[in-house]
Ligand binder design. Sequence first.
Ligand code: AN0
Ligand code: CP
Length: 321
Amino acid sequence: MKSFFHVEDIGNLDVALKEAFEVKKTPFAWKHLGENKTIMLVFFNSSLRTRLSSQKAAINLGMTPIVLNIGQDSWKLETEMGVVMDGDKSEHLLEAIPVMTNYCDIIGIRSFAGLIDHEYDYNETILRQFVEYGGKPVISLESATVHPCQAFADLITIEEYRKKQRPKVVLTWAPHTKALPQAVPNSFAEWMNAADVDFVITHPEGYELDPRFAGNAHIEYDQMEALRGADFVYAKNWSCPGTTDHSQYGKILSKDMGWTIDAQHMAATNNAYFMHCLPVRRNMIVADEVIDSPRSLVIPEAANRVVSIQVVMKRMLEELQ
Ligand code: AN0
Ligand code: CP
């Protein structure tokens, strides 16, 4: 695996899930793979789960993680091409990338969408430079349009808790005070479309995800209708993807608190499990009564973040042997 951005990068999902459960059962069985190997984890943005789960997974595999927080520990990096660097950015990505990749065998990068320029974000302009100029395997730790480690962990969680062969999984938009990226819903949709589930997306009009990710998923604008009979409810806020009108990209079109997942919403489901990638704003995205209920999977879901990224690192290390 040269890079990990999309569901295709992991290959057959049944094989990947089987491997995930082996990794979960015996996390230290591949400790030899990481001997004398280093992973660089570069964060342009905040993180709790991703930074900790990726360090833990690397340690489980016998690999040494180095974490760099851009702009705090490092120089501020210029990411635009051809600019006169007379501002507060001391170093350009063009030098920083090959320097960083010289010090490691695998590199993971967190770089959120700027939510200003649709084309810049949807071309994955920053991560593509790491692929192009770094020459080392690249893992997206949430980049402009995708969060594959999260979506893989979500799939593992659904596989663990499903009671039927083909569960109904509903991705629902929920309100938030800030404009958030589409990376989590994009990847979740991409992975659910590839999995054996009955997948429905619900959101207010204007929040249509890019068709590259939404695929053939059923879109239902009536949230209560979408939730009817659901086995898993996956809540997430995202800002306007600007799919048909790029001028709307990154805007907040609704703060409708009627979309917050509360007990009344869950009553429409088939006693569904509640999922969210975290961090979550309580009583905006989800009511306390739901996230605190025994049907909430947010903690096991976060625990599976170690498993998903460990499978990815393991496969990359196997190719480096
Ligand atoms: C980020 C997002 O929505 O993409 C990270 C989620 C894993 N969330 C926030 O910034 C709150
Ligand atoms: N779910 C997730 O990626 O969490 P962090 O932003 O804390 O890493």
